[in-house]
Design a protein around this ligand. Structure first.
Ligand code: ATP
Ligand code: MG
Length: 286
């Protein structure tokens, strides 16, 4: 059988859609049947396993899958012999301590001798040890946010993104233990064939991610202002300048970072640029 790369992704849940979208944006088409346990790609030697996110580090450690996509929070809690290859920029959240809205909290020492409910006992234990606090950890498997309300715990440690779940349960976030996002993990020792395929995939992932943050910009500029306008546009090498049919004018093409493009656009306009177009870039090969 020819060499294939086996990737484990979440079967359903918060990372499922973005993981599939990343593969799709990398030009990888999966055969129908994402409701199955596994599927394969039509146009890349890739086999995809759909699993519970908690199990993904173990499957990669045991070399049942070569690589996987999972939140950093799961990796640090599971403590498996796997390697993080690449941050993926989605599934961002934080593992935080929360207490009742009206509870007094003056710092982590307020957790001394308290009961803390969590699904992340290892990370909580590590945090408490670092801060030299002794507290009772109650490991529960879900709906942690209701624990204080029913008298099971004084505080919780749970994943938070917007904070609305905490708010709805009368809790307030008081401390962050860990920032997390989805990452690509790999078995520490891959065969040469798998290693080569992983490098191909990583090259595509980096091109897609780079493009997501970058826009292509086109504008018209009077020739006497070109120097000033070009100085505002970094570009991949330097901007492309083409003469317009109308004498004395040029078209300038470049790429800009999404984070600073509003500011650049204002400067371009005041420098005399006209007809500014900003368009998305699908892939960016550097
Ligand atoms: P599974 O059935 O696969 O075990 P799950 O219920 O454990 O799923 P999800 O709630 O789907 O997990 O979350 C998957 C991952 O998404 C988390 O481990 C975390 O890395 C990330 N995530 C991002 N935002 C949040 C959030 N607000 N709450 C929980 N997880 C989040
Ligand atoms: Mg899970």
């Amino acid at each position: 059988m020819s060499t294939r790369l086996r990737i484990a992704i979440q079967k359903s849940g918060r990372l499922h859609d973005d993981s599939l979208k990343l593969l799709k944006d990398c030009g990888i088409d999966l055969k129908n049947g994402i409701n199955k346990l596994k599927t394969e790609a039509d146009n890349f030697p890739l086999e995809v396993f759909f699993l519970r996110d908690d199990d993904i580090p173990e499957y990669v450690e045991d070399a049942v899958a070569d690589i996987g996509i999972v939140g950093e929070n799961v990796i640090y809690e599971k403590n498996r012999a796997i390697t993080i290859s690449e941050k993926l920029g989605f599934g961002k959240c934080r593992l935080s301590v929360a207490v009742g809205r009206n509870e007094i909290y003056t710092g982590h020492q307020s957790l001394q001798n308290k009961k803390i409910a969590t699904t992340y006992p290892i990370l909580v234990e590590r945090f408490l040890k670092e801060k030299n606090i002794s507290a009772e950890i109650h490991e529960i498997s879900g709906s942690v946010e209701i624990a204080p309300g029913i008298g099971l715990a004084d505080a919780i440690v749970d994943l938070v993104s917007s904070g609305s779940t905490l708010f709805m349960n009368g809790l307030r976030e008081v401390e962050t233990i860990l920032h997390s996002e989805a990452v690509l993990i790999r078995h520490p020792e891959l065969g040469a064939g798998q290693q080569h395929l992983l490098e191909k995939l990583l090259f595509r992932i980096r091109s897609v991610r780079k493009a997501r943050h970058t826009k292509y910009i086109l504008l018209n500029a009077p020739n006497e202002k070109l120097k000033e306008i070009i100085a505002l546009l970094p570009g991949m090498k330097s901007p492309t300048v083409l003469p317009l049919a109308e004498a004395g004018w040029s078209s300038v093409h470049s790429v800009v970072n999404e984070n600073d493009f509003w500011e650049i656009i204002e400067k371009l306009k005041s420098a005399g640029a006209q007809g500014i177009l900003v368009v998305p870039i699908e892939k960016m090969i550097l």
